[in-house]
Design a protein around this ligand. Structure first.
Ligand SMILES: [Zn+2]
Length: 205
């Protein structure tokens, strides 16, 4: 694997997976996800949009206070592959600075909006010090609201130790996602999985 490529899973012996939540923070759905994670003593990674962070900075702080990781999901959610190098860097840097300002920490992980990604975007994110993160359960398409059963089934069948899972807690009606994540967390918990942040998963290899 080339260093700039998206990381979808980690090779690990530990029974750990990393749930990720894109497009927040959202005052309605983000706290519901945080509550579900608390019920299973799990941690998650929230790939936040800069514009939404400015609008809901209190939600950002509550996510960090609960022990979760914040990742960079750009400032205005463009397809980075359509931007110039300068515009792409600006999207990452502006969000990086905002995360630092609101949480006191620099983000370590990045996810490109729409998974629009190529070598150029990859190298920009590497230069900025990020690990670029994909996911194994793209077919779950939770952003399309395909039904709770579909999200659960497609996420279950692609998951094994070291998997990174994609869900959405912002930018639309995410009630199906919240319901599906509740079902999945209980099922995976019963199977013995632990829920860690992406950075923890990377550190545990
Ligand atoms: Zn997104």
């Amino acid at each position: 694997m080339k260093t700039w490529e998206l990381l979808h899973e980690v090779d690990t012996q530990r029974k750990e997976i990393a749930l990720t939540f894109d497009d927040g923070p959202c005052p309605i759905y983000t706290p519901q996800i945080v509550s579900l994670l608390a019920e299973v003593s799990g941690k998650g990674t929230f790939f936040m949009i800069g514009e939404e962070m400015e609008a809901h900075s209190d939600v950002v702080r509550s996510v960090v206070d609960a022990g979760h990781e914040i990742g960079n999901h750009t400032f205005s959610h463009p397809a980075l592959t359509n931007l110039s190098v300068e515009q792409c860097r600006a999207e990452l840097e502006r969000t990086d600075a905002l995360i630092h300002e609101l949480t006191g920490r620099r983000p370590l992980v990045f996810r490109p909006p729409y998974m629009a990604y190529n070598e150029e975007v990859g190298n920009i994110s590497l230069e900025a010090g990020y690990r670029a993160i994909g996911a194994v359960n793209g077919e779950a398409r939770d952003w399309d609201q395909p039904g709770v059963g579909h999200i659960v089934e497609k996420s279950m069948e692609t998951t094994r130790s070291g998997s990174i899972l994609l869900f959405h807690d912002g930018w639309g009606d995410r009630s199906q996602t919240v319901e599906a994540v509740g079902v999945l967390l209980r099922a995976w918990s019963e199977q013995g999985y632990r829920f860690v942040t992406v950075s923890e998963l990377l550190a545990d290899r």
